[in-house]
Design a protein around this ligand. Structure first.
Ligand code: ZN
Ligand code: ZN
Length: 355
């Protein structure tokens, strides 16, 4: 798996006329080496792959990155980097321009002397997920689904949004998650009009719509799902808004297919909401790629210009947010395939009326 990822990296090096790349972004480091420790640098050339890390991680690095020669650095990692680059005879190396700060760039350029530095972006190489990644993403989704179904049982008027978030995070950890994929969103009643309303101390009241948006991280891979449930019986208006969002979500999922452009899928779901008269209340993109980052390419949004390909993983999450009333969002993760997509999220999308 790592071998194939390196082959793809060599192709990028050829395109950019590079004879090496220094990888510093933690997610790239994990992707191209397997090493999941929190400190280190990769120096990659066609002849040799080196992983520079410190005393704390030597054993872990040996286990997780068998294709790499592990180089232990002391207090001065940049000196070790300079020696490594010199030893490998690299004249022109790439650095991750979307991660390296100005300060780090100065250090790189000071320590590398004659070696030419060239900006590259590596995230595009991770946009299509391989089998190993799909297995990890599936596991992250399963953890979130199971936690959700557990926590549904305790949701009732009188508890707070924070109670729900804490319980979800606790369940996910028990099921093997390293941590939540992001700060858990629980937005009830009129707070549901806040698309990113973090769980607060607000008490759930009878009749509240509750939007719950959360996910798990499993071996570095994120999941992301949203369900909106009612604490009690839904009103006609709640049912109406819910059904529009659900119709848009189903249309969006149906539109996902290899060859489609991100914005085309967004438009199909957006049109369902517009036709129902709520276009101004759906102010965000339909979805986003998910992987080692919670938000990555491709975007399903009015400006999403990436053509979908088999193996990409995206969220489909339309919503309607009515100020002073509340909101609804429904979100699944799906894997793009040649003839459509496979939905990873298994929780029911029927309107759930609790208690
Ligand atoms: Zn989400
Ligand atoms: Zn999302």
């Amino acid at each position: 798996m790592i071998q194939q990822r390196l082959v793809n990296l060599y192709e990028l090096m050829t395109t950019h006329c590079l004879d090496g790349i220094v990888v510093t972004k933690p997610e790239s480091r994990q992707y191209f080496s397997g090493f999941a420790g929190s400190s280190g640098m990769l120096v990659i050339s066609r002849q040799s792959q080196r992983l520079l890390t410190d005393f704390r991680y030597i054993e872990q690095a040996k286990q997780q990155a068998p294709l790499y020669q592990i180089v232990r650095h002391g207090a001065a990692i940049y000196d070790t980097l300079a020696e490594t680059v010199k030893e490998l005879g690299l004249a022109r190396i790439g650095f991750e321009s979307d991660f390296v700060t100005w300060e780090v760039y100065q250090k790189l350029s000071d320590c590398l002397g004659e070696t030419e530095l060239s900006p590259v972006k590596l995230d595009g190489l991770r946009i299509v997920k391989d089998h190993r990644e799909l297995a990890l993403l599936t596991k992250a989704v399963e953890i979130a689904d199971s936690a959700f179904n557990q926590v549904l049982k305790m949701i009732r008027p009188g508890i707070t949004e924070l109670d729900i978030a804490l319980e979800l995070e606790y369940e996910m950890r028990k099921l093997g998650a390293e941590k939540p994929a992001f700060d858990t969103i629980v937005a009830s009643g009129i707070r549901g009009a806040l698309p990113h309303g973090l769980a607060s101390s607000k008490v759930i009241e009878a009749g509240d719509f509750i939007t719950i948006d959360f996910g798990a991280v499993f071996q570095g891979y994120h999941s992301d799902m949203t369900r909106t449930v009612v604490a009690g019986k839904a009103t006609d208006k709640q049912r109406e808004v819910y059904n529009i969002v659900l119709a848009a979500q189903l249309a969006g999922v149906k539109a996902v297919k290899a060859g489609k452009i991100g914005r085309e899928v967004d438009q199909i779901a957006r049109q369902v909401i517009a036709d129902a008269g709520y276009s101004e209340y759906f102010g965000h993109g339909l979805g986003h790629g998910v992987g080692l980052f919670i938000h990555e390419e491709p975007r399903l949004s009015p400006s999403g210009d990436v053509k979908l390909a088999e193996g990409m993983v995206v969220s489909v999450e339309p919503g309607i947010y009515l100020p002073g009333w509340g909101g609804v969002r429904i979100e699944d993760l799906v894997v793009v395939s040649a003839d459509g997509c496979t939905i990873l999220t298994a929780s029911s999308k029927d309107l759930i009326e609790l208690g």
